[in-house]
Design a protein around this ligand. Sequence first.
Ligand SMILES: Cc1cc2nc3c(=O)[nH]c(=O)nc-3n(C[C@H](O)[C@H](O)[C@H](O)COP(=O)(O)OP(=O)(O)OC[C@H]3O[C@@H](n4cnc5c(N)ncnc54)[C@H](O)[C@@H]3O)c2cc1C
Length: 568
Amino acid sequence: MTESITLWLPAAQSPAEQDATTLIGLAASELDCKFDDIEGIQLDKYSLDARRQPVQWRVALTVYFAGDEIPEGDESLANLPSLGNNAQHAVIIGSGPAGLFAALDLINRGWKVTVLERGKQVQERRKDIANLNRGEDADGESNYAFGEGGAGTYSDGKLYTRSSKRGNIDRVLDTLIAYGAPESISSSWRPHIGSNLLPEIISKISAAIVDSGNTILFETKATEILAGGGECKGVKTSTGDVIDADAVILATGHSALDSLLMARDAGAALSAKGFAMGVRVEHPQAWLDEAQYKSSQEDADLPPSFYSIATQVNERGVFSFCMCPGGWIVPSQSTPGTLVVNGMSLSKRDSPYANSGIVVSVEPKDWCGKRGWRWGWHELLQRAAKLSDHPMLHEVIEDPRGGKPFDVAAGRLPIHPDIDPLFGVRLQLALETVAYHEGGKDGKAPTQRCDLFVENAGHQDEAIPTSYLPGVKPTDLHEIMPRGMAIRLVEALQFFDYKMPGFAGAFGQMFAFETRTSSPVRIERDNDSLQAVGLKGLYPCGEGAGYAGGIVSAALDGMRVAEAIAVV
Ligand SMILES: Cc1cc2nc3c(=O)[nH]c(=O)nc-3n(C[C@H](O)[C@H](O)[C@H](O)COP(=O)(O)OP(=O)(O)OC[C@H]3O[C@@H](n4cnc5c(N)ncnc54)[C@H](O)[C@@H]3O)c2cc1C
């Protein structure tokens, strides 16, 4: 009969690094039985408990005795069935986590898939990412967001999700393990892969899809969704080919503005949704470790510490997002002439810096009418339009209700979110444009010390050391940030400093801007069939369509859509 037990290990003994013999020995002494009585153990969950001193590992184990059936890893998850005759055909636009997990699921259900990916394969993509890190302008088709594996490939690879569907989450994690992810992701309290390991895992998934007789076309963009009579029939690609399909999955991520326009032009209904934008903040990891572990680290080789912090200011959440201990800040823009910051880390998390987005929730009504004016969006739009001729910043938008058309470049704001579902995208683009120009148009990020920002005391003269490779340009961020965002960030940083003294001190550095936390647009879909409202046979999926935020939730949405397609 199995036993579930909890062990406490000293901080220096990470459970992920203990061999089975050590853990069996510890379990035997906990259960007061002989070593040989135990047939095997399974590491269920482990976490670092830093709330009490000394810091310790809490380890939950299942212990198996003679006669118990010991579960084994499900390697079959990496074995895809060969393609059958007369299989139905799905085209999947986008090879991010949503697209790839939809593909794996559909293949397992007997479908044939063609995955279209505008970007390059991982090895080729690496060169374009290196160029970005040297401060070069973004290649609009190959960058941190576009290419094999989507935005997940060179991401941090933290695998947290708010979803509570444990069975499905386990399937995502077990699939990643089957394709080479470390086994610890299924038991760690903070599962993480790291951007040094992710590319190989993604390549193996792509290879399995192709080896099973299916197709992935890289550097091939879907340029048109072919529709007739309210039904989606297939897609046209950048190579001029037309591909017919029984179902089309649109899993294009939150950076592909042209793909949103493509869905809208084909007849899919779009709506504005809340999202979050702000800055990325960086601190020395040593400062954070001392604050979090209260100097108890001594000789123990503890993992770099993290934080998750949130507050409400003037009815809007301000919160840490995608915190990367031992990480790097990276230029993750996908449009030339813009700058976006995000964070990533390697599996060892060994950079001397800790970074996190500190972002402010923005609801659609916050950019409308008088409220939008108070936030200061009109000034941002005017400024961005002077700097860039991007059509999204210069459109004159018709009011579908018959009101006066409004001119984005003049800083006019809609009076209702329905007038322009893409208005949140325009605000993202405006902030990214201003950051690019303010940084000097060579990849440098505008930055300000947290204490100077909070006191509104101008910027430091010298650049502070940072993980951000293209370099920084000290800037007074109040001058380029909409005031609705600035007011909330100041108050939130003061609160975070109260909770973690020094957070908003001279060690903290803010980077402009973190704009791509989630999509400001939703492509509406029917709750049951998951098909786009207004366009049967098109399945909006993942983060870009507004149904996911992060690697695991995008993968889960891909599986959900695949199931919906297969049961039609
Ligand atoms: C630097 C960075 C770090 C991150 N860190 C984490 C993290 O630690 N944990 C986490 O959970 N999330 C993280 N994220 C976010 C995560 O990567 C995304 O939430 C996730 O990848 C979304 O998955 P998706 O499949 O919906 O879209 P994406 O991954 O964005 O994939 C969409 C794909 O579609 C392709 N595409 C777009 N338009 C077309 C078209 N017309 N034709 C063909 N192809 C097209 C794109 O090239 C892209 O490859 C990070 C993101 C970045 C940029």
